[in-house]
Design a protein around this ligand. Structure first.
Ligand SMILES: C[S@@+](CC[C@H](N)C(=O)[O-])C[C@H]1O[C@@H](n2cnc3c(N)ncnc32)[C@H](O)[C@@H]1O
Ligand code: SF4
Length: 401
């Protein structure tokens, strides 16, 4: 009840004490003001809201007994309630003890509720007045975000912190390889401020990259250590292209989930797609990170393998999963290729749906079998919906299903 006055419109008296219409449109009784039954007001319906979206108001009892109020919607009685809530604001009016508030559930889902057809009456039929606040209430409308504060939640579930959008590689399919691409580093002050805000918003986890390669930023490992030191749960996607130093490994070991970009287990194919990447370096970095975690008495990070499926790797998909499983990887992300312009002079890749009939059919079967394989070892595999859908559509279009 106290909330209805002060917090809704910032006034120091209940909103019900301010002028308002009292006509319960759609009901039989139409009155300009409540009856002068006594020298004090009979009560008001004040506001809608709070936990569970209820109707709030207050009513004075005509006698010593607690007021019993009947609530109507479209003229139909739908509940009754004794007023039994204390309100400092009501007591401050000098009338009664302040125990005069009520809270009742809405008669219908809030998005259908129309306050004009809501009424409340005392036992003797006297209508409660309705505040401007109450009559002006409308369900939240999210059809437009123009006036909606997207940051209004006090929490942030996850955040991407891009230390840099520059990269030490030029994978053929990546936007970084496009001639117009420009990468940049985050400013130190922006990073500090972002971390401060995310901490206060109790962020669940932070992915420390988006585009670009975190491990190419000088001192990236010190930033990671600082984030880990304040208890933030960290994740990363990395190319693991360069052999990491012991200090860098110590930081990497503090990242809980490490997603490694590795499209194939065949070194020569990988080198063509993710140019200059050595499969050996990737595997050494994985092993060294796990070793460092053990040395520091940290839990071993979870390694995830991310594969961008293209015409160059599709036929090896099952062997790729088996290779990862042999190394202890249990989680696989299987990504759909976003095709950019071909890169001049490179061994460009194509979307898997460009494969000839037999190979496309075979890949579709491998996807199913791969899911069973990973399920079978108690692992987790996530195939991007865009990949599954486009493969199925292409099979349909070619009459191959
Ligand atoms: C953009 S990279 C950034 C992180 C890091 N440089 C790396 O490669 O792991 C993140 C992921 O996006 C994937 N990726 C890049 N270009 C893509 C594209 N055109 N389509 C689908 N995935 C792509 C990469 O293979 C990588 O797994
Ligand atoms: S390593 Fe990552 S960011 Fe760099 S070019 Fe390859 S996919 Fe793009």
């Amino acid at each position: 009840m106290a909330q209805s006055s002060v917090t809704m419109e910032g006034a120091s008296v209940p909103s019900a004490f301010r002028p308002a219409s009292n006509e319960p449109s759609g009901l039989t009784a139409v009155r300009l003001k409540p009856p002068a039954r006594a020298s004090r007001p009979d009560g008001w319906i004040d506001w809608v809201g709070g936990a569970g979206e209820c109707v709030h108001g207050w009513a004075f009892s005509p006698d010593e007994a607690p007021a019993l109020i009947s609530f109507f919607y479209y003229g139909e009685l739908y509940c009754t309630a004794f007023v039994d809530e204390y309100s400092h604001d009501v007591e401050a009016t000098g009338i009664g003890t302040g125990v005069a508030g009520f809270t009742v559930p809405l008669p219908c889902p809030s998005n259908q509720f129309d306050p004009r057809f809501f009424a409340a009456r005392h036992r003797d039929g006297t209508l409660l007045s309705r505040s401007v606040n109450f009559l002006g209430w409308r369900p939240a409308n999210f059809s437009s975000i123009a006036n909606f504060d997207l940051l209004s939640s006090p929490f942030t579930s996850s955040a991407y912190l891009e230390f840099t959008s520059r990269c030490n590689l030029r994978c053929v399919y990546c936007a970084v390889s496009q001639p117009t691409y420009v990468g940049q580093d985050i400013e130190a002050s922006v990073l500090d401020e972002a971390i401060r805000v995310l901490q206060t918003r109790k962020v669940d986890h932070i992915q420390v990259n988006a585009h670009g390669e975190t491990t190419m930023v000088p001192d990236w490992h010190r930033q990671i250590n600082a984030l880990a030191a304040v208890g933030l749960d960290l994740r990363i996607i990395t190319n693991f292209a360069r052999l990491l130093s012991p200090e860098e490994l110590a930081a990497m070991a503090r990242i809980r989930r490490i997603c490694v970009s590795i499209d194939t287990h065949r070194p020569e194919v990988l080198r063509k797609i993710r140019r200059n990447v050595s499969l050996g370096n990737i595997l050494i970095n994985m092993a060294n990170t796990a070793t460092k975690a053990a040395e520091l008495n940290l839990p071993c990070p979870e390694f995830i393998w991310n594969c961008v499926v293209t015409d160059k790797v599709a036929s090896d998909f099952l062997d790729y999963l088996r290779f990862g499983i042999t190394l202890g990887v249990k989680t696989f992300f299987v990504a759909n290729l976003t095709k950019h312009e071909d890169v001049a002079g490179a061994d460009n890749v194509k979307h898997v749906t460009t494969l000839p009939d037999a190979e496309l059919k075979q890949f579709a079967q491998m996807l199913d079998e791969g899911c069973r394989l990973v399920d079978g070892i108690g692992g987790y595999i996530e195939v991007e919906a865009g990949l599954t859908d486009t493969v199925q559509q292409e099979l349909d279009a070619r009459g191959l299903r």
